[in-house]
Design a protein around this ligand. Structure first.
Ligand SMILES: [Zn+2]
Length: 260
């Protein structure tokens, strides 16, 4: 059997990771909703995984890739710093330009009132999930299976509590169990699109590799700080949220070193 191209790996890897969003949301179908404290703990876990993935699976490989191209140490560091800031800026810009609704902070952006709530949710999660798909795709594009697998597994794991959080929010808005689950599942399907784009860009242009890796890291870091951590601290479960974050962080670190 011929090995899959990095682009196909990027697509299938991010598709698999994105599918775990739907798996995580399954409890709502049966009306079994974990307590808020448990959800905050598991969403904290998601933040920890994203945090470790940003540094160990994206920023360090970005520095390694940049160092191969330049003699002095300042140029690779500068490239990676710039790309992180671009990634953060890109998500900040999307947050500002697209009308959407966060789990916690409510409506932001223009014309939010005229759009149906469900679409505001979908856009918010799209903004969130796109960088995650991008990260998985860039990982496979950069270094094949060993570069992409830790990211696909880590991002997949943290998608489960995120899918549950979205479905529970929709349930709270009065959506039926089936629709709440279906919409949460759909938000995960942005990831293969991001994955395809990420793997494609890296495969076609090697010089873009450090930029792509660090850009995806910056985009994820923005989401962690802007959305996930505030959400997990909103209901007074900071201790559980931080416990979840520590567990997610070390698991992702371990996965990256073990499989990477
Ligand atoms: Zn996430």
């Amino acid at each position: 059997m011929e090995p899959l191209s990095p682009i196909m790996l990027g697509f299938f890897g991010s598709l698999a990771a994105g599918s775990l969003t739907a798996v995580g949301a399954i409890p709502v179908l049966f009306g079994r909703i974990p307590s808020r404290a448990t959800r905050d703990l598991s969403l904290g876990f998601a933040a920890g995984v994203m945090l470790a993935a940003s540094f160990f699976s994206l920023i360090i490989p970005a520095l390694d890739a940049a160092e191969l191209r330049y003699e002095n140490a300042a140029a690779p560091a500068a490239i990676v710093c710039l790309a992180i800031l671009f990634g953060m800026g890109a998500v900040a810009l999307m947050n500002e330009k697209l009308p959407h609704e966060h789990f916690s902070t409510g409506r932001e952006g223009p014309e939010a009132a005229s759009l149906r709530r469900v679409w505001l949710f979908i856009i918010a999660i799209t903004i969130h999930n796109f960088p995650e798909g991008l990260a998985v795709g860039v990982g496979f594009g950069a270094d094949g299976l060993s570069g992409g697998m830790p990211l696909a597994i880590g991002i997949g794991l943290q998608n489960a509590p995120e899918g549950l959080a979205v479905a529970v929010s929709l349930l709270g808005e009065g959506y039926s169990k089936g629709r709440a689950w279906g919409i949460a599942a759909l938000t995960g399907m942005v990831e293969p699109i991001g994955g395809l784009i990420g793997a494609g860009i890296i495969t076609f242009s090697q010089p873009l590799l450090p930029w792509g890796l660090a850009f995806a890291a910056g985009a994820m870091l923005y989401v962690i700080s802007h959305e996930i951590i505030p959400e997990t601290h909103r209901s007074g479960h900071q201790n559980k949220a931080t416990l979840g974050l520590s567990i997610g962080l070390v698991i992702m670190l371990f996965l990256d070193v073990w499989l990477g």
